[in-house]
Design a binder for this molecule. Structure first.
Ligand SMILES: Cc1cc2nc3c(=O)[nH]c(=O)nc-3n(C[C@H](O)[C@H](O)[C@H](O)COP(=O)(O)OP(=O)(O)OC[C@H]3O[C@@H](n4cnc5c(N)ncnc54)[C@H](O)[C@@H]3O)c2cc1C
Length: 442
């Protein structure tokens, strides 16, 4: 079997290893346009901030590991076209500039996504960065080492993690965002705490402003960011405004794409075209509550989908059971997390729902250090099912998000939740867990 993988990171290498485990004789070729395999993008903000000291700490398995296993793992090989009829992949060797063609029996598209750029004048100036790969992070570290003021554009979790790490590294930071919210996909009750936290840690917030361009300092380097309301001096910029799936090279294959540009996949990770599979940030994820294909590019899904694709390609039968949009991040002293639907998503999905917000203690209120956190719970009025939970606070958030994720995954109602047997001792919880307290209020 000639198995070709496009993309040598989470999804691609999870799949390649599954095929290798089950078919030692398989001819596996991985085409990766970058220089590194199996790297932890999630750790990049902490590498920029110096919390993760070494580049090697971010690499789960070097290219040599895969080559020793017999995989033809190529670097600097960019795929530019897939010919689904001839079952061939075409591309460019970025080192030599030469074109290459590889035949496949089975193809996995695991090409992830690329950061969105700002379509404004000066966007290509020196000093303007994105944060997606190890070379991106190295470029930022080198470029910002003698710079004082950095502007972060975008307030999703990557923008916020970047802002925190830059502040911790001693920079002054302005965060510019189009909307008034810090933390995209979170509801107002939660994001308000993030705004207060940003201000308390010295992040200059410039909200509800639209980027109009970047000002050149005369040497081709960015000197200022221009918005519809002002011009802000800066020594460097990180743009973190989301990603788009890398699927342009599939044009002409007949592969169906979601409006986001991601490849539609079935539960086995098959596309609609024979012998072509997809997984990870370039593919859709079925949303269990919305009951539609969605696009929530996260490492959790990429690893699962890659493993499922690889197992199925190797002849097993595994299915992706869908996701809930569960996510978590740290912002200075706070943790913010979510699972299931936000109010906006519940509205869009047409649910008749109730939303409860309150501030429970993460553990016994009398126990030292117990600091109330903000909790939001959404219930479907028709079935009583829990639809979504969001939380922000100093501690106890991760536990509630993960237990809620299990509840929502299993379609539990607020009545069921009150009966759950959840552990309690004063340093860990109250006799009624905060999620159970919320369920009782709904
Ligand atoms: C800064 C940052 C922080 C993150 N933090 C978290 C987190 O805390 N939790 C979480 O769950 N997720 C997080 N993520 C998301 C997570 O890293 C991704 O979901 C995951 O890496 C996706 O894996 P993937 O294999 O699908 O795609 P990718 O990791 O993007 O890998 C795709 C690979 O394909 C290659 N490629 C693309 N196009 C081509 C082509 N034409 N030819 C050849 N090769 C190609 C790329 O170079 C890349 O190496 C974070 C991401 C970033 C950037």
């Amino acid at each position: 079997m000639k198995f070709v993988v496009i993309g040598g990171d989470a999804a691609g290498m999870s799949a390649a290893m599954q095929v290798l485990f089950k078919h030692e004789e398989a001819e596996i070729t991985v085409l990766e346009r970058g220089p590194v395999y199996s790297y932890a993008q999630c750790g990049l903000p902490y590498y920029v901030g110096g919390i993760v000291p070494e580049r090697e700490d971010l690499i789960a398995r070097p290219v040599s590991f895969f080559r020793e296993k017999g995989i033809d793992a190529r670097v600097h090989h960019e795929v530019t076209q897939v010919d689904a009829e001839k079952k061939q992949v075409h591309g460019t060797n970025l080192d030599s500039g030469e074109r290459f063609t590889v035949d496949y029996n089975t193809l996995l598209v695991a090409s992830g996504g690329s950061p969105n750029r700002i379509p404004a004048g000066g966007a290509d100036l020196k000093g303007i960065h994105v944060l997606k790969t190890i070379p991106d992070a190295e470029g930022i570290i080198e470029d910002f080492k003698d710079k004082e003021h950095i502007t972060v554009i975008g307030s999703g979790y990557i923008g916020l993690e970047a802002a925190e790490n830059l502040i911790e590294a001693g920079k002054s930071v302005r965060l510019i965002n189009r909307s008034a919210k810090l933390g995209s996909n979170f509801d107002q009750y939660i994001v308000e705490a993030l705004r207060v936290e940003a201000e308390e840690h010295g992040v200059e917030l410039t909200l509800e402003e639209e980027i109009e361009g970047f000002v050149d300092d005369g040497s081709g380097r960015v000197r200022a960011v221009q918005t519809n309301k002002g011009t802000y001096q800066t020594d460097g910029v990180i743009v973190a405004i989301g990603i788009k799936p890398n699927t342009h090279f599939l044009e002409g294959t007949g592969i169906q794409l979601h409006p986001s540009g991601a490849v539609y996949v079935d539960p086995y990770m098959r596309t609609n075209v024979d012998s072509i599979w997809a997984a990870g940030d370039c593919a859709t994820q079925y949303h269990r509550v919305k009951e539609v294909h969605d696009y929530v590019p996260l490492g959790t899904h990429a690893n699962k989908q890659g493993r499922i694709a690889g197992s199925n390609i190797a002849g097993e039968r595994m299915t992706f059971q869908g996701m809930l949009g569960t996510a978590i991040f740290r912002f200075f002293t706070l943790t913010a997390g979510r699972t299931g639907l936000s109010t906006k998503e519940a509205d869009e999905a047409g649910f008749d729902y109730s939303c409860e917000t309150f501030e429970p203690s993460p553990y016994a209120g009398y126990f030292p250090g117990s600091k109330a956190f903000r909790l939001q719970m959404i219930k479907d009025n028709e079935s009583g099912r829990l639809l979504g939970v969001q939380a922000v606070g100093v501690n106890g958030v991760d536990k509630r998000i993960d237990t809620s994720s299990v509840m929502i995954y299993n379609n539990m109602t607020v009545a069921d939740i009150q009966n759950l047997d959840i552990s309690y001792a004063p340093p860990y919880n109250s006799t009624w867990d905060p999620i159970q307290k919320g369920a009782r209020r709904m």
